[in-house]
Design a protein around this ligand. Structure first.
Ligand code: ADP
Ligand code: TYD
Length: 210
C-alpha cells in the first residue's frame, strides 16, 4: 500500500526549541477530538517505550556527549521503534496521528552544523523509515524569544538548547529551507504571536486537508 492510500492522517509539528510545538500539538489534539476525530498525540524523540528510553540518552547530559553521526543513528533507531509500535498501527486503524517532531528534525538539526551529513540522514530515512507526514506545520519565530521560553522551563532536557542562539538561528534557516524543499506538505506558521492566534492558523491549515 502506498503512503497516500493509507487511511489515517499523519500530521507533524516542527520548529526550533521553545517555538510552541508541544503547546500547539496539544491544542490541535484537543480540538480535533472535540470535533469527533480519533486522534493520537505523540512525540519525538520518543512516542513508544523503546524510543522513550533512547530519548533519555539523547536529551540529557553534556552537549558534546554524542557525535552528529551517532546522533543520527540514535534518532533513527528511536524513530523506527516509534513508527513500528505507535504511528503505523494508528494510521492503519484510520486514526489521525499528531507528532511533535519527526524526520524533518533530523534533517535540520543533524545537518545544521555539518551540511555534508544530510545525504546520510536521507539514506537512513530511505532504508529505515520511508514514511513522510501528510502535513507538516513548521512553527517559525525569532530564536532569542523561543530560547527564552524553552530554558525557562528547566526541564533537565536542555542538551540541545545549550548549543546556544547561533545554533538556533541556523536551525530556523534550516526549517525555512525545508519548507521550500517540500512545499506540498510543509506550511510555515508565524509562532511569534499569542497562543490562540497561532492555534487558529494551525487549525485552518489542518481543516484544509481533512
Ligand atoms: P516547544 O515544544 O516548541 O519547545 P512549548 O510548546 O513547550 O515549545 O513552549 C515553550 C514555552 O513557551 C512553554 O512554557 C509555553 O507555555 C510557552 N509558549 C508556547 N507558545 C507560546 C506563545 N505563542 N506565546 C508565549 N508563550 C508561549
Ligand atoms: P524536544 O523534546 O521536541 O525539544 P523542545 O521541546 O525543546 O523543542 O526535542 C528534544 C531535542 O532533540 C530538541 O532540541 C531537538 C532535538 N532533535 C534532534 O536534534 N533531532 C531529531 O531528529 C529530533 C526528533 C529532535
Amino acid at each position: 500500500m502506498t503512503q497516500r492510500q493509507m487511511p489515517g492522517m499523519f500530521l507533524t509539528f516542527e520548529g526550533i526549541d521553545g517555538s510552541g510545538k508541544s503547546t500547539q500539538a496539544r491544542l490541535l489534539h484537543d480540538r480535533l477530538r472535540s470535533a469527533g476525530h480519533d486522534v493520537v498525540l505523540t512525540r519525538e524523540p520518543g512516542g513508544s517505550d523503546g524510543a522513550e528510553d533512547i530519548r533519555r540518552l539523547l536529551v540529557e547530559g553534556a552537549p558534546g556527549r554524542w557525535s552528529a553521526e551517532t546522533e543520527i543513528l540514535l534518532f533513527t533507531a528511536a524513530r523506527r521503534d516509534h513508527l513500528e509500535r505507535t504511528i503505523t498501527p494508528a494510521l492503519a486503524a484510520g486514526r489521525i496521528v499528531i507528532s511533535d517532531r519527526f524526520a524533518d528534525s533530523t534533517r535540520v538539526y543533524q545537518g545544521a552544523t555539518r551540511g555534508e551529513l544530510r545525504p546520510i540522514v536521507d539514506q537512513l530515512h530511505a532504508t529505515m523509515i520511508r514514511r513522510e507526514p501528510d502535513l507538516t506545520l513548521i512553527i517559525d519565530m525569532d530564536p532569542e524569544t523561543a530560547l527564552g521560553r524553552g530554558l525557562a522551563r528547566q526541564s533537565g532536557e536542555d542538551r540541545f538548547e545549550e548549543f546556544g542562539t547561533a545554533f538556533q538561528i541556523r536551525l530556523r534557516e534550516g526549517f525555512r529551507r525545508l519548507a521550500d524543499e517540500f512545499p506540498e506538505r510543509c506550511r510555515l506558521i508565524d509562532g511569534g504571536r499569542g497562543i490562540d492566534a497561532v492555534a487558529a492558523d494551525v487549525l485552518a491549515q489542518v481543516q484544509a486537508r481533512l
